[in-house]
Design a protein around this ligand. Structure first.
Ligand code: TYD
Length: 412
């Protein structure tokens, strides 16, 4: 048993996925022999309720010049981050010359708006390739990890930040206290620390076990995050559920507390009902995950026996967990279609399913497509009207395993 990365207490292992590759580690055939695997176990801390990975992977294995995640690949994500920028702008509207810092600013998808409007901003992004893309997009970006020394340097050069924003990034950093200390250093006394991550309550409710992978070191909920922020003199003053990434939560924290909102109280009640502060809740998730795996493998094996063509849609990091955990390889899924150039013509981590450009999907529609990018379901169904009209069907596994009906067809 290890110790909680947030509070130091002894943690309890609640989920065990076995041997897993790096979820975004799409690779060439010549790299198969050297592929890195780790033991993916998820723990729960009975003292501060933090759900976390038992043994975080060395970040050097994950965030490098070939990092495969580009935030701007989805139009919905572009809309989402534009809306986030508008909201932050509105929070700071009475400030004369606000300064916004984003942790893990990726390709500049959120900060672009500030860059266009001539607002002082800085993105801090550790992966050089996505940082370069941000700079090409006109976004001020520095390529580094966000820690105390980075924060001190930014403070010296630019002064304190009125808002520090981090979407899908803080949960990725094992040395969480270093990030929090950096925020303490850089944040203006009345500034906002805004965090946004997949919400543990949604993972639980939807059996979205594919959210458990190496990059996600922590799985936040209101109570665990409040415990963590409290150690750094910050309080969560508001929350706002988000639809992206399969169900996320945006938390607003400040150094000086404000009265709690109705939304905070509602979320506290939801977390109590879900049992997010009890290890037994997560142990119970095991049975649902096993059932989901059996059902998905059964559907795919049956389609294989019927000689149907099945491909994957979206080479998501999440898909790496599903295919590896369920033992789904190229025998069951011909290829995975993905619009991200850096993933194309490579193979999926661990299971080595070929990843092909989107054209491969359109040029020869399969009978079925496993919706690995289920978090973009609405956008994809709208885009794939022709595939559906021609009789193609999507298979999903969140919140349950099923073949999606096509409302436009009389046969469904
Ligand atoms: P993402 O939602 O970031 O999930 P994860 O964090 O698990 O990687 O990834 C979506 C992936 O799906 C990305 O590689 C782009 C791809 N994609 C398509 O190929 N077509 C689409 O229409 C959409 C919306 C995404």
């Amino acid at each position: 048993m290890g110790n909680c990365l947030a509070c130091g207490s002894t943690v309890e292992t609640v989920l065990d996925f076995g041997k897993m590759p790096i979820a975004n580690g799409f690779l060439h055939e010549e790299d198969f022999p050297d592929e890195f695997f780790h033991h993916l176990q998820i723990c729960f801390c009975p003292d501060c309720s933090m759900v976390q990975i038992a043994e975080p992977v060395d970040p050097v294995m994950q965030y490098h010049e070939n990092y495969a995640y580009f935030a701007s690949t989805s139009s919905r994500m572009r809309t989402h981050f534009n809306a986030a920028a508008i909201q932050i702008r509105s929070l700071l509207k009475h400030r004369a010359d606000p300064f916004i810092v984003e942790i893990g600013s990726n390709d500049g998808i959120m900060l672009q708006r500030f860059a266009k409007d001539g607002v002082r901003h800085l993105g801090v992004e550790p992966s050089q390739n996505v940082a370069n893309e941000a700079v090409r997009n006109g976004v001020s970006t520095q390529c580094s990890f966000f820690d105390e020394s980075t924060a001190t340097e930014i403070l010296r050069k630019h002064g304190p930040a009125d808002a520090i924003y981090g979407a899908n990034v803080v949960t990725h950093i094992p040395d969480i206290h270093s990030v929090m200390a950096a925020v303490e250093i850089l944040l203006e006394d009345d500034g906002y620390f805004i965090l946004e991550d997949p919400y543990l309550g949604d993972v639980l409710e939807k059996t979205a076990y594919d959210q458990f992978y190496d990059e996600h070191v922590f799985y936040f909920c209101l109570s665990s995050l409040q415990n963590l922020l409290g150690k750094h003199g910050m309080t969560i003053v508001d929350v706002e559920p988000q639809q992206v990434h399969g169900g996320s939560m945006r938390y607003f924290a400040m150094k000086k507390a404000k009265p709690s909102t109705y939304r905070l109280e509602t979320l506290q009640r939801r977390e109590k009902d879900l049992g997010l502060s009890q290890a037994a809740t997560f142990r119970g998730l095991n049975d649902r995950i096993s059932a989901s795996k059996d059902q998905l493998v059964t559907i795919l094996s049956n389609l294989n026996r019927e000689r149907k063509r099945v491909v994957g849609y979206g080479a998501t990091a999440k898909s790496s967990i599903v295919t590896n955990f369920c033992g789904i390889g190229p025998d069951l899924i011909e290829f995975i279609s993905d619009t991200t150039p850096i993933k194309q013509n490579k193979f999926s981590p661990g299971t080595h399913i070929p990843v092909k450009p989107y054209d491969a999907f359109v040029e020869d529609y399969p009978d079925y497509a496993v919706l690995f990018a289920w978090n973009h379901c609405g956008e994809i169904l709208a885009k794939e009207e022709l595939f559906l009209k021609q009789g193609g069907r999507f298979i999903t596994f969140v919140p349950d395993v099923r073949i999606l009906e096509y409302p436009g067809s009389a046969n469904d």
